[in-house]
Ligand binder design. Structure first.
Ligand SMILES: C[S@@+](CC[C@H](N)C(=O)[O-])C[C@H]1O[C@@H](n2cnc3c(N)ncnc32)[C@H](O)[C@@H]1O
Length: 440
């Protein structure tokens, strides 16, 4: 792990003990095992890992269900030969995709098996490949798109970038290109979704990643599946680090960066823009620059679905002075294999930090009994109702009595079903942390 301006995300970026194996915060004791060669600096690294093991298991099971259904469709007497061939091509590609995803996620699972079934409605499969298209755009066919966005960023830059943090980098191409083209002294490129980062990390190591693209609107039968052998000669060069981290609880000390770049991020992080602005402000030194580029497709409550005018006002109210702002139309996900593409109107601004941000509105608090598994789990009506949705959910909910904690339930499950209690404890936290909204 690079020794730059990183530290414990739970302790205001306090330096980690890098001599410890894995790196550890000497104040709070949290250990931060890397994911393959990616530093993983999430505030609750064990929960993050358990959630993604859980999602991987859900993705694997969901893929199997789809494959069974499609195989039956292909075998149906009424299927045209062409239909059968098309469905069989999709089945074969999905089988290969599942294997490749499992291979990529070995760095996350470390061989650990998911013991608990996914909660009904947890949506793990959708989460896992949510940014799959970004991978192809960044590393297969999207050079023109990345160049267009980089040009918008470049236009905003008036001084050396110094130390740069790039937030929500996805598959990372823009961050890599900005590092190469604009020469920051150091770049921390972070995201909390492992899939695109795992692909990018392997490509940067010179490996090949084989993934199928399923174009939204294929031009022909042959184009229903496009197999990509992803590899890249592009390298960011010294001073660049991809890391798993949460930009809203980042592993950086206050005032440790000269520039923060937020590409396609402010509307995608599911938080009030004021929280994003305060988090960016915190890590920037006074006089440092926030570079933003992306659309405003907030999917939030009406009150926080801001327009660009509100974004400018809230940026100014968060300790920034707007230096430049503009609007561009750029191509988005223009896959040569698809008849469907978008033009996105992106808003960009450069803003200089002139003061610390006022305290943002309180963030949606993590449930205390998930954050601290020794606290009692309140037995609520929605949880009881949720327990009726599957046999497994029912058996977990039946162990709750309003007093028992996650640790107690894990111990009980260990006793009843012979599970290893510490392992089941993390998986149980992930089970509850990924329940659909409104259940907990
Ligand atoms: C719309 S995608 C954009 C990805 C990339 N910037 C691009 O333009 O292709 C938004 C990205 O933000 C990431 N993200 C969302 N919330 C985040 C957070 N709190 N911290 C770090 N990354 C986050 C998502 O995982 C996703 O990769």
């Amino acid at each position: 792990m690079t020794t730059g301006p990183v530290g414990c995300p739970r302790c205001d970026g306090r330096p980690l003990d890098l001599a410890a194996e894995p790196p550890r915060c000497s104040a709070c004791g949290t250990a931060y095992p890397p994911v393959g060669d990616l530093p993983c600096l999430m505030p609750d690294p064990r929960l993050w890992r358990a959630v993604w093991i859980h999602r991987l298991a859900d993705f694997t099971a969901e893929t199997e269900r789809s494959l069974q259904q499609w195989r039956a469709e292909a075998a149906g007497a009424e299927a045209l030969p062409r239909t059968r061939a098309r469905v069989e091509a999709v089945v074969a590609a999905c089988e290969q995709q599942r294997l490749e995803v499992q291979r990529l996620f070995q760095d996350v699972t470390g061989g650990e098996r998911q013991l608990l079934p996914a909660a009904p409605g947890a949506g793990g499969a959708d989460e896992l490949l949510r940014f799959g298209e970004n991978v192809f755009r960044d590393w297969a066919w999207g050079q023109a798109e990345v160049d267009a966005t980089r040009a918008v960023v470049q236009r905003m830059v008036r001084q050396p970038l110094g130390r740069l943090a790039a937030y929500g980098v996805g598959a990372g191409r823009l961050a890599v290109d900005v590092h190469r083209a604009l020469g920051p002294t150091e770049t921390w490129a972070i995201d909390l979704n492992p899939f695109p980062l795992l692909v990018a990390a392997r490509l940067m190591r010179g490996e090949t990643v084989v993934l199928p693209e399923f174009p939204v609107a294929p031009h022909s039968q042959q184009g229903v599946v496009v197999q990509h052998q992803l590899r890249s000669d592009v390298r960011p060069g010294p001073g660049f680090t991809f890391a798993v981290a949460d930009a809203l609880a980042p592993p950086f000390p206050p005032e440790s960066f000269d520039t923060v770049l937020t590409p396609w991020f402010i509307d995608a992080n599911e938080r009030d823009f004021r929280e994003t602005a305060a988090a960016v402000n915190r890590v920037l030194r006074t006089g440092g620059t926030w570079l933003n580029v992306g659309p405003l497709r907030f999917k939030q409550s009406l009150g926080t679905t801001y327009t660009i005018e509100e974004i400018w006002d809230l940026t100014a109210a968060s300790g920034f002075e707007l230096v430049s702002r503009s609007r561009d139309d750029v191509p988005y996900f223009d896959s040569p294999a698809s008849g469907s593409r978008r033009i996105e109107t992106v808003f960009s601004f450069a803003a200089r930090k002139i003061a610390p941000a006022a305290a943002p509105p309180p963030a949606a608090a993590e449930l205390p009994w998930i954050a601290d598994p020794s606290r009692p789990i309140p037995l609520t009506d929605p949880l009881i109702a949720f327990g009726r949705q599957s046999v497994f959910a029912g058996s977990v909910i039946s162990l709750l009595d309003g007093q028992r904690s996650l640790n107690d339930v894990a111990a009980e499950m260990g006793r009843l079903w012979g599970f290893d209690t510490p392992r089941i404890g993390d998986q149980l936290r992930a089970f509850f942390a990924t329940l659909p909204p409104g259940v907990v």
